[in-house]
Design a protein around this ligand. Structure first.
Ligand code: ASP
Length: 350
């Protein structure tokens, strides 16, 4: 009881101190941001829709801005894109027809914030950042996350577009939960290899994808952001890897940063992004660290791993990047002074 009282008092004091800070200022509990000015900025993000996100992030990075601001600005692009059905606005709903968002963000100081099962707010990543900067907590979920968002000036909106609603109603006819892999990559955007459209999917499939972005700024600091509407037609209340620090995203400013996409349950089982960063600490290259994390997923259950997609993406302190995935089809976008938002295919296990 005493411990709890102590915690509540400390939390109230912390919140009072933090409320003096704006969303984009350094939180009161954090060490000051250190400007070193000795790195070549680079931003990487998952899938072909990462290219538009990278452009927005680059606007911040090229001016010497902070990686944290860059990744937030970057992932807000797919969050607001009505053609992207796996992130933010117009994301495919859960099986009850509710669009629920998961997101997290982490900076170079180890500060992090997260929201899960958040409804009615387009920019889940900015709510996650506000959790990081304005509360003594790391994670808010469901109604509590919404309540916090509304109290902090975020607008309440309907995220279910007619297109997504139509796809959900089609799915309801059979209500089966089976994956289609790499759907974003094959249905629209720069890939355009096929005419496969989410709206022409048979009713017995679901699909998924996430924007995970990690960046290095000119001061040599790393940050990351990860945001998704999660697996389409998931059970109401299901939370994937994307808002979980260590699973969908992890940043250690001494070593590197990693993020993931794909079936979140598999990523959580191996604490994927944390694992990738720890492997880089041991000297693995970003690609080999991602490969080892993918291999661990396979080892746990090869038969299960064969039927689904997971991709990891990482950068290290030098700005070197790499990725690895279970199945062919995962790619990532890289933007730096040298790499002009190129799309790179992840090597794959199967
Ligand atoms: N990782 C996301 C989730 O499990 C989905 C995805 O990236 O495909 O919710």
């Amino acid at each position: 009881m005493q411990d709890r009282r102590h915690f509540l008092k400390a939390a109230a004091l912390g919140a009072a101190a933090l409320s003096l800070d704006g969303i984009t200022s350094t939180p009161a509990h954090a060490a000051p941001y250190v400007k070193g000015g000795k790195a070549k900025p680079v931003v990487v993000s998952t899938w072909d829709f990462g290219r538009a996100a990278n452009e927005a992030a680059w606007e911040v990075l090229k001016k010497g801005g902070r990686a944290l601001d860059a990744v937030e600005a970057g992932v807000r692009i797919p969050e607001a894109d009505p053609n992207n059905h796996t992130v933010g606005y117009s994301g495919y709903p859960d099986r009850d027809g509710r669009v629920t968002l998961d997101a997290c963000i982490m900076d170079e100081l180890g500060n992090c914030g997260s929201v899960a099962a958040l409804e009615h707010v387009v920019h889940a990543i900015s709510v996650a950042r506000a959790v990081m900067e304005k509360t003594p907590h790391v994670m808010l979920v469901g109604d509590g996350a919404l309540q916090f968002a509304l109290a902090n000036g975020f607008k309440k909106e309907n995220l279910l577009t007619p297109e997504s609603e139509k796809a959900w109603k089609e799915w309801l006819k059979k209500s089966e939960y089976k994956p289609i892999m790499n759907i974003e990559n094959s249905s629209y955007g720069a890939g355009k290899e096929t005419t496969f459209s989410p709206l022409t999917l048979p009713g017995n499939v679901y699909n998924h994808d996430t924007i995970g972005m990690v960046a290095l700024d000119a001061d040599g600091n790393l940050s990351g952001a990860c945001t998704t509407s999660g697996m389409a037609y998931k059970m109401h209340g299901r939370v994937g890897d994307s808002p979980i620090i260590g699973a969908g995203l992890y940043v250690d400013n001494e070593v590197g940063a990693a993020t993931s996409t794909g079936v979140g349950e598999e990523v959580i089982r191996v604490v994927g992004s944390f694992l990738v960063v720890e492997l880089m600490r041991q000297g693995y290259s970003p690609e080999n660290a991602c490969k080892e994390a993918v291999t661990r997923i396979v080892k746990k259950n090869p038969a299960r791993a064969k039927g689904l997609q997971v991709g990891f993406l990482a950068i290290n302190k030098k700005g070197q990047h790499g990725a690895y995935c279970l199945q062919k089809g995962f790619n990532y976008a890289v933007l730096s002074e040298k790499e002009n938002n190129v799309l790179i295919d992840g090597k794959h296990y199967f």
